[in-house]
Design a protein around this ligand. Structure first.
Ligand code: HEM
Length: 451
């Protein structure tokens, strides 16, 4: 008998279900052991390794499904009644406002936890040693989470919803070749209207939940199939034998941690949702846009880039970024550094340097481009596709290569460590551009000082 199956027996059967309570416990244990292996390596249980981000994302997805189903009983996806149905939920349905706030804040938090979970997996090399497929599934999951938020944004049919989706779909139409077709399909008309609301609702409550459930089930199954989550390589032990990594039983060790994390998350969310209701602005007015008309916050990094670059160049850059993230397992094939944050101590310094460079450089470039540099005025006869598109693109891509080359420094850092530095620069830059878009852009999208 294998070690695992003997443990399964011990956990499930030594505690024979003598009464209803112990029978329930056996059923719960059985369910848990379908999701988790019977034993997990001790290092994988360290809070500071995963920060519980995958589990928190899963918990948030569950909260979203439950609160979403409840909202569906009262929400009406018609241009004439959507706004009033949300008002009714807010004011006349028992706990309606709380359920809507829980749905709203969980959705926003899920974007953050999923993004941070991706960063955790990237920085610990959690995509290595046979985990490339799960990384790819994860990238699709991130896109599904963004699509959930984007389609949900329109449903309240208030000014915020209407104009954020108008800006968002116009961003989509800049995607070369397929962008306009995707925007036309989503809008089902010349502008955001009944067709768009119907499509967004169908995608939000049917297509995306089905996709999420299939992808998440596969994601979890694959974590088990890949031998549990990543961890550092076992080193050389005494007499040339590898020291065994201590393995702890899932019940109670892992389950205790998961229960504690879920309790803290639910309590925190509940408190937040009680005191901060989900926003609902005035009824959508297709004639009077707010100033500034901003996309949803998670697309503001992209909108910020569009203020500095030609739309085609922006989309090419975003496409290259997404492709680079998808191909991370091919770009970084070294396996020995798996499970070590930033690959090594030197990698940690490289990442810190790259982050500092981004914090200094990105705001500087934004300010210089806003107030001093105008390539279209400097070269008035050149097409804007060159002055605002090709030139910034040709400066950005070699710029990233330069960071890689400087970090690598003729073998000072390994390829894996230098690549981690470049990705850190890109991730931090995206965060900074988003912060600038959220807080530092005012009327007419001009730079403002928010405090
Ligand atoms: C709704 C979104 C997601 C949920 C609920 C989710 C959930 C999880 C959970 C529970 C784990 C186990 C370990 C942990 O908690 O960190 C995990 C591992 C993993 N996830 Fe996700 N995930 C999501 C999105 C993503 C994304 C966006 C990526 C990457 C682009 C990704 C890639 C991975 C990989 C490669 C592993 C194995 C990591 C390792 O072995 O260290 N996941 N995920």
């Amino acid at each position: 008998m294998t070690e695992n199956s003997s443990w399964t027996k011990k956990i499930l059967y030594t505690d024979r279900p003598a009464d209803d309570r112990s029978r329930m416990r056996a059923v719960a244990n059985n369910l848990i052991l379908h999701l988790h292996p019977t034993k997990v390596p001790a290092p994988a249980l360290r809070w500071s390794y995963t920060w519980g981000l995958g589990g928190l994302s899963a918990m948030l997805a569950l909260i979203l499904i439950v609160t979403g189903v409840l909202l569906m009983f009262r929400y009406d996806a018609s241009v004439d009644r959507a706004y009033t149905s949300v008002q009714t939920i807010e004011t006349q349905v028992l706990f309606g406002s709380l359920i809507r706030a829980l749905h709203h804040w969980s959705a926003n938090l899920l974007v953050i936890t999923t993004f941070l979970h991706m960063l955790r997996v990237f920085f610990t090399g959690g995509f290595k040693k046979g985990r490339a497929t799960n990384w790819t599934i994860g990238v699709v999951l991130l896109l599904v989470v963004l699509a959930f938020n984007f389609t949900g944004y329109l449903l309240p049919w208030d000014q915020l919803a209407y104009w954020a989706v108008t800006v968002g779909t116009s961003l989509l139409s800049y995607i070369p070749l397929v962008g306009q077709a995707i925007a036309d399909f989503l809008l089902a008309g010349p502008e955001v209207g009944q067709g768009a609301l119907r499509n967004f609702y169908a995608i939000h409550v049917a297509v995306l939940p089905a996709l999420l459930l299939v992808l998440l089930s596969y994601h979890f199954w694959k974590v088990r199939k890949d031998g549990g989550i990543s961890q550092p390589e076992e080193g050389e032990g005494e007499n040339g034998r590898s020291p065994r990594i201590e393995r702890l039983t899932t019940i109670p060790h892992l389950v205790q941690i998961e229960l504690a994390a879920a309790t803290v998350l639910i309590a925190g969310l509940l408190l937040f949702a009680i005191f901060v209701p989900a926003p609902l602005e005035a009824l959508a007015d297709p004639v009077h846009p707010p100033n500034p008309a901003k996309a949803a916050w998670y697309f503001l990094g992209l909108q910020e880039l569009l203020l500095h670059m030609h739309p085609l160049a922006t989309m090419i850059l975003a496409g290259i970024g997404l492709a680079a993230i998808l191909f991370v397992p091919r770009l970084d094939k070294a396996e020995a550094d798996i499970g070590v944050y930033f690959r090594s101590g030197k990698g940690k310094w490289a990442a810190a340097l790259a982050a500092l460079l981004s914090v200094g450089l990105v705001p500087l470039l934004v300010v210089v481009d806003e107030w001093w540099l105008d390539l279209t005025q400097m070269f008035p006869t050149w097409p804007t596709l060159i002055t605002n598109g090709l030139i910034p693109l040709l400066l950005t891509l070699p710029g990233l290569w330069l960071i890689y080359a400087l970090l690598r420094g003729g073998g000072r850092l390994t390829h894996s460590e230098a690549l981690t530095g470049v990705f850190t620069f890109v991730f931090v830059s995206l965060i900074i551009l988003t912060i600038i878009g959220v807080f530092f852009r005012g009327a007419n999208m001009a730079l403002i000082w928010p405090f």
